[in-house]
Design a protein around this ligand. Structure first.
Ligand code: F42
Length: 145
């Protein structure tokens, strides 16, 4: 059994602790924005360690759109590489936990539609895209039947 390894970023680790520790009843938003967050649980592709990553909640029907923005940083976040290597995740949305599989959105029409939904849910994504040279990856998490 692999171990859970918390994020080295203290504010992120604290949000995970509050969100998961409360069973999805506290720590549900990004700081004081009031905008909802989900927790993605997955495995590290090198270490096999269990990782938990809070992301903005961007829903498309029963699916979630995962935006690898990392605040517009020049490189993709580690979790993007982890999910490319092992797409099996659990997603906690408040008190519900879903078993899901993730794929990167590569089709340009699909990407355009999902990007618009993401920016509507969390407008800073557009600023993050404007300030970085990389194309911010979008992944879609779909329920495992
Ligand atoms: N980040 C986003 O990209 N998008 C969002 O919508 C978003 C929302 C959000 C809301 C609330 C909140 O608290 C945080 C939010 N974040 C959002 C930040 C997000 O949770 C991540 O902290 C951020 O994207 C950086 O992701 P990261 O996976 O690069 O995390 C870093 C800080 C990290 O934890 N690094 C670990 C480390 O030890 O350096 C990762 C280690 C890791 O995954 N190792 C892999 C392994 O095998 O175990 C190997 C990785 C490799 O490729 O080498």
């Amino acid at each position: 059994m692999s171990e859970y390894v918390p994020s080295p970023r203290q504010w992120v680790a604290e949000q995970v602790e509050l969100y998961e520790g409360s069973g999805g009843t506290a720590g549900l938003t990004l700081r004081d924005t009031g905008l909802p967050v989900i927790i993605v649980t997955n495995r590290g592709w090198k270490t096999g360690a269990i990782r938990k990553t809070p992301l903005m909640r961007v829903a498309d029907g029963n699916n979630y759109i995962l935006v690898a923005s990392q605040g517009g940083a020049p490189t993709h976040p580690h979790w993007y590489h982890n999910l490319k290597a092992d797409p099996n995740v659990e997603i906690r949305d408040k008190t519900e936990v879903f078993t899901m599989r993730v794929r990167e959105v590569v089709d340009s029409a699909e990407r355009e539609r999902l990007w618009a939904i993401a920016v509507e849910a969390f407008p800073p994504y557009q600023e993050y895209q404007n300030k970085t040279d990389r194309i911010i990856p979008l992944l879609i998490a779909e329920p495992v039947a």
